[in-house]
Design a protein around this ligand. Structure first.
Ligand code: C2E
Ligand code: CA
Ligand code: CA
Length: 763
């Protein structure tokens, strides 16, 4: 049994004995009347210890501590006050005593302390409106309580003709105030540091005192003794019970809802004395005092009106807020947050509406190479570009249609002016001929136009427009195409491809082939480039030209590229183990820019090296210029890989917008001269202008690389003349069908073995 419950039992016993004693005294008349006055201070004395034990033994936050300390002091003061009364009773027995002034002061300040304690318990109210409403509610409840207590309790008592000492009267009034205030307050405590049941138990203390007063008033002098023995000790019991509740409350979460019915109850409560005043036969005492009840009732009515007004205003506000938020939700559900254009949902709705009544024309616009912008310049720049493009689209569309953003970089216009589809498309193309967005980006877009008669499903029309747009992209982008029958076939095949890739990766349909990178003078294989192939179960071998773009668009290039990287490292380590360090210097997989944006890329490279055991210096990553161009994040990744000892090669060098500054910022070790400069390079040395230009570029690249300390590889060598010419221009290493086609690992193993035998002492 916990200690507070021991206090509860003890106070309970005192209360019981007190009642028994009173019954015995009434029946037998034996013993001194003074005994009846001893129970109250005894019981409140125990309550002091109950409060103290709780405070000492149960950890509480400051507010809880303050409450229980105040209560402890209040009980102590009450105990002392009633001890004075008991003393007076002993002295005056058998005549009943009056409360001595000192006793009244102690008991009165004890009650005040208790009032203060309850008053300071926080309510946990948040908003201003709520606080105001609660004050109104509490005032209403308070007035209700006061009206009842006054009319049926205090008033008869004061007017009963009994001789009340001022001290007794003060205690009585305090007890009333305490009761009314506490009841109205505790109804609003929803939880917090002081247990709500505990506060209620304490508040009921006021009720006990009030009941006592009622008894006194009703029975006059005869009621005093039963009050002392039957009711007052219960005051102490409530405190003990409260302390017990508080201890147990520590383990339980608080309830959340405040009282809502109390004000209504209070309004009803005022009606009772009101009715009493109305129907009491007009007598000497009834009418003048009735004024107070009537006034209270009027005040309550006014307060209820005010409260109703506030609640109404709140409701109106809430309603308005809800309407606004519904409108906002509706807007958000149908609009794109970034550009403010309608979204796919809205567009489809609108399209369906139009198609229900007549024909419709749709223009689908897709930014070309938007992912490259996003990847190389960052998502913020990408977002700004989309916003700028949306504005462009709005202006270009004008009153001839409704633009929308369907997804990512995919936009649409529902053309509403018949015959204006072509004009809209051309206005869009013209508008983006100049750079747009704050970053002055030059973008291209491909568009597809499709029309359909009334009753066509919206999805069919969109599919046609999509096929037309895909065709526009196939025809070299930056253009628009009107849908014609049959256009959907390649688009479908393309869409299917994306889905197929994932399955293919899981099914292990990808294989690597290796193209030798060869020393031009000796013909020795110095390295290999790893090239991926897809062995499709139905379509046979698929070229990377056909699926790498799809893999990049769908993001599948990340897992695919990771596999290529690991497989290349594994194979290269195997060759290293088989042929020793002098045979194959490097193995080079291709890496897409999307992979460089993958946060795991650096870790992937490290793991591929660690797991295969391939030294970092034997791995070369081939990157295209456009991939490494710009983008701080990409540069940081490349530097990290470079710091690992891995070499980086600039692929297709000379085709992009490469610059000297790029070569300096980018930790490249190798440049690969693009095949387009090698094609026809062997042709007539004097006459052909293009051939001369190619030679000039090839020579410049070789000299530049030499100056910067970079190695070179000439790509796409298809005959010996080209090899000779490149040698003359300063290239020592080359790659091409003439030097070796991409072959399987086994075939390359055979070539390496043959080379090892024929050139045993290769330099
Ligand atoms: P690339 O990196 O420029 O690779 C060289 C391409 O030129 C290869 O085509 C190769 O077979 C071809 N080639 C080599 N020598 C000659 C020649 O003398 N004449 C002609 N006409 N072609 C020659 P492939 O294997 O079809 O690869 C095409 C492109 O696909 C590659 O261009 C590369 O950008 C990409 N790619 C291939 N494998 C991967 C990969 O694993 N990951 C990534 N991200 N891209 C890859
Ligand atoms: Ca390459
Ligand atoms: Ca290349």
């Amino acid at each position: 049994m916990t200690r507070p419950s021991r206090h509860v039992v003890l106070t309970g016993v005192i209360v019981l004995v007190s009642i028994l004693w009173y019954v015995m005294w009434v029946v037998t008349g034996l013993g001194s009347v003074a005994v009846g006055y001893v129970f109250m201070p005894l019981a409140t004395g125990v309550a002091v210890f109950a409060a103290r034990a709780l405070r000492r033994e149960t950890p509480q936050d400051p507010i809880g501590r303050r409450f229980w300390r105040a209560l402890e002091i209040g009980c102590l003061l009450v105990t002392v006050g009633f001890a004075f009364l008991a003393g007076a009773a002993v002295l005056s027995a058998p005549i009943l005593p009056d409360m001595p002034l000192a006793g009244a002061v102690f008991a009165g300040s004890g009650l005040l302390t208790a009032i203060w304690a309850v008053a300071r318990v926080p309510l946990g109210v948040q908003s201003r409106q709520e606080r105001i409403r609660q004050w109104l509610d509490r005032t209403i409840a308070f007035l209700g309580c006061v009206a009842v207590l006054w009319h049926f309790g205090l008033l008869p008592m004061v007017t009963s003709g009994e001789q009340w000492t001022p001290a007794g009267l003060i205690i009585l009034i305090l007890a009333f105030a305490f009761a009314a205030g506490a009841v109205t307050k505790v109804s609003y405590i929803v939880g917090g540091p002081v247990d709500r049941i505990a506060v209620r138990a304490v508040a009921s203390m006021g009720l006990a005192v009030g009941a006592n007063a009622l008894l006194d008033g009703k029975y006059g002098y005869n009621g005093i003794l039963p009050g002392q023995t039957l009711f007052l000790p219960m005051v102490a019991l409530t405190v003990s019970v409260a302390a017990y509740r508080q201890r147990r409350a520590a383990a339980r979460p608080p309830r959340r809802r405040a009282n809502v019915w109390l004000p209504y109850l209070a309004v009803l409560a005022v009606d009772v004395p009101l009715a009493d005043v109305l129907f009491r036969p007009p007598g000497a005492d009834g009418i003048p005092e009735g004024r107070i009840v009537v006034l209270t009732a009027a005040a309550v009515t006014g307060l209820v009106l005010a409260r109703q007004f506030l609640v109404n205003r709140d409701n109106v506000r809430l309603l308005r807020e809800r309407e606004a938020s519904e409108a906002r939700l509706q807007y958000e559900a149908t609009h794109d947050a970034l550009t403010g254009l309608g979204n796919r949902v809205l567009f489809k709705q609108r399209l369906e509406n139009v198609l229900a009544d007549g024909p419709a024309t749709v223009l689908l616009v897709d930014l070309d190479d938007f992912n490259t912008v996003n990847d190389s310049l960052g998502h913020d720049v990408g977002d700004e570009l989309l916003i700028a493009f949306a504005d462009t689209l709005r202006i270009a569309t004008g009153d001839d249609g409704e633009p929308a953003r369907l997804a990512g970089d995919e936009f649409a216009v529902l053309v509403t002016t018949p015959g204006q589809d072509r004009a809209v498309a051309e206005r869009i193309m013209t508008a983006i001929a100049a750079p747009i967005s704050a970053h002055r980006l030059l973008v291209h877009a491909s568009a597809g136009i499709a029309s359909a008669p009334a009753g066509t499903p919206a999805s069919h029309l969109l599919r046609d427009a999509d096929a037309a747009m895909y065709t526009a992209k196939q025809r070299g982008k930056a253009n628009w195409v009107r849908y014609a029958a049959g256009m959907e076939k390649p688009a479908q095949a393309h869409a299917q491809l994306g889905g197929d890739l994932r399955r293919a990766l899981d099914a292990g349909e990808f294989k690597l082939v290796y193209q030798p990178i060869v020393h031009l003078r000796t013909g020795r294989v110095v390295g290999v480039e790893a090239l991926v192939r897809w062995f499709h179960p139905e379509r046979g071998m698929v070229s990377p030209i056909d699926f790498i773009p799809a893999a990049e668009r769908t993001g599948l290039i990340v897992p695919l590229g990771r596999w290529v990287l690991r497989e290349t490292c594994r194979q290269a380590a195997e060759w290293l183990a088989e042929f020793g360090p002098d045979v194959l210097e490097k193995a080079a997989p291709n890496v897409s820019v999307r992979q460089l944006h993958d946060p795991d890329f650096v870790d992937d490279v490290r793991a591929a090296l660690a797991d295969s055991g391939l030294p970092a210096g034997r791995l070369v990553l081939e990157l295209t210029e456009s991939a490494v161009l710009r983008g701080h994040q990409v540069l940081r990744v490349l530097h990290e890989v470079h710091d690992m000892g891995v070499r980086l090669a600039l692929d297709d060098f000379g085709t992009g917008e490469s610059s000297l500054s790029l070569l300096r910022a980018f930790p490249a070790a190798i440049v690969k001269l693009d095949k387009s400069f090698v094609d026809n390079i062997e042709l007539d040395e004097q006459g052909s202008a293009p051939a001369n230009a190619r030679q000039a570029v090839a020579r410049a690249v070789a000299q530049l690389a030499d100056a910067l300390g970079l190695d070179t590889v000439a790509e796409g060598i298809e005959n010996q003349e080209q090899a000779d010419r490149l040698l003359k221009l300063g290239y020592t290493v080359g790659q091409g069908y003439h030097l070796g086609r991409p072959v399987t690992a086994a075939e390359l193993t055979a070539r390496l073995a043959a080379q090892q035998h024929s050139l045993p002492a290769a330099a």
